[in-house]
Design a protein around this ligand. Structure first.
Ligand code: PDD
Length: 289
């Protein structure tokens, strides 16, 4: 498999990650997942905006200019040639010897970039049927707005849900629903859409940005305010969003049906609109090329 390793496109077997890479030692790094539809990056600008914003938050100096980095990613995607997939990349703070907790002087360390592209088709069957989730206590740190590669809190929550036979975890902090283990979480009540506001308790999702636009276009009122687990169980509809899952209906939580227990009307309208946006974006990009 071809991967991107700093400036080079190499076979994955050629990559050498130093034992003292701070990503490996401390989980000191950031990542992004960009959807590829018909060979094109979806919402690239927003993903790069978030990367730069997160780099500022953790005082990580990115070792590239934005335009050059984008060009590098596109050149890599062209070489790999996967039409429907997802681009994963991560940037760690780099190699620092000996292991020391302190942030190194940015002049003495260079961030390490790796990226790969995996095929991924749209999850249309699951979107039709919905998934079954369970509540799990959100025990993550208080910087959930940072797209950090340190995902132990998220993967432990997912594992807890899976151990109980659920497909994903709906995270709750002191009774307030935050997000899912790797997605933002939404509910519909009385034709209105609700999701947790951005801040330190949730990741500011890129799909969430798109959903705001779609909700406005469809005249669906969106309320970005915290809601409780009880309110969610009494909701008419529920779904999660991410670049990979897109809009994924959640039809039950802790074995309790949400609404009718089937994918709801508003969720279906949003799903349809999201598919149209994907199609339109791909067409617009093509006519620009
Ligand atoms: N996950 N919240 C969390 C905790 C996430 O990990 C993600 C994304 C999201 C949704 O963000 P976006 O819409 O930008 O994909 C929300 C990615 C896909 C992952 O970890 O693979």
């Amino acid at each position: 498999m071809k991967v991107l390793w700093n400036e080079e496109i190499v076979d994955e077997t050629e990559v050498q990650i130093d034992l003292e890479d701070r990503g490996y030692q401390f989980g000191d790094g950031l990542y992004e997942v960009i959807r590829i539809y018909d060979g094109q990056f979806f919402m690239e600008k927003e993903h790069l905006d978030r990367l730069w914003a997160c780099a500022d938050k953790i005082r990580l100096t990115l070792p590239f200019e934005r335009a050059e980095f984008s060009h590098r990613l596109h050149r890599f995607a062209e070489e790999v040639g996967i039409k429907e997939g997802r681009l994963y990349f991560q940037v760690t703070r780099g190699v620092c010897k000996p292991r020391l907790h302190d942030f190194p002087d940015p002049k003495e360390v260079k961030a390490v970039l790796t990226a790969d592209i995996q095929p991924a088709s749209r999850p249309l069957v699951k979107q039709k049927n919905g998934i079954h989730c369970g509540f799990v206590a959100d025990k993550r740190w208080l910087h959930c707005d940072i797209k950090s590669i340190s995902l132990l809190g998220n993967i432990m929550a997912l594992d807890e849900a899976k151990q109980k036979g659920f497909e994903d975890a709906v995270l709750e902090r002191d009774g307030i629903v935050t997000e899912a283990s790797a997605s933002n979480l939404w509910m519909v009540k009385n034709q209105k859409l609700f999701t947790h506001p951005d801040g330190e308790l949730v990741l500011p999702g890129i799909t969430k940005i798109k959903l705001r636009e779609i909700a406005q276009a469809l005249n669906i009122e969106l309320i970005e305010e915290p809601f409780t687990t009880t309110e969610l169980l009494q909701a008419d509809e529920c779904f999660k969003t991410s670049s990979v899952a897109e809009i994924m209906p959640i039809v039950s939580i802790d074995h309790q049906k949400i609404g009718t227990g089937e994918v709801g009307t508003i969720t279906n309208r949003l799903l349809k609109a999201y598919s149209e946006v994907i199609k339109m974006t791909v067409q617009e990009n093509k006519s620009e090329i």
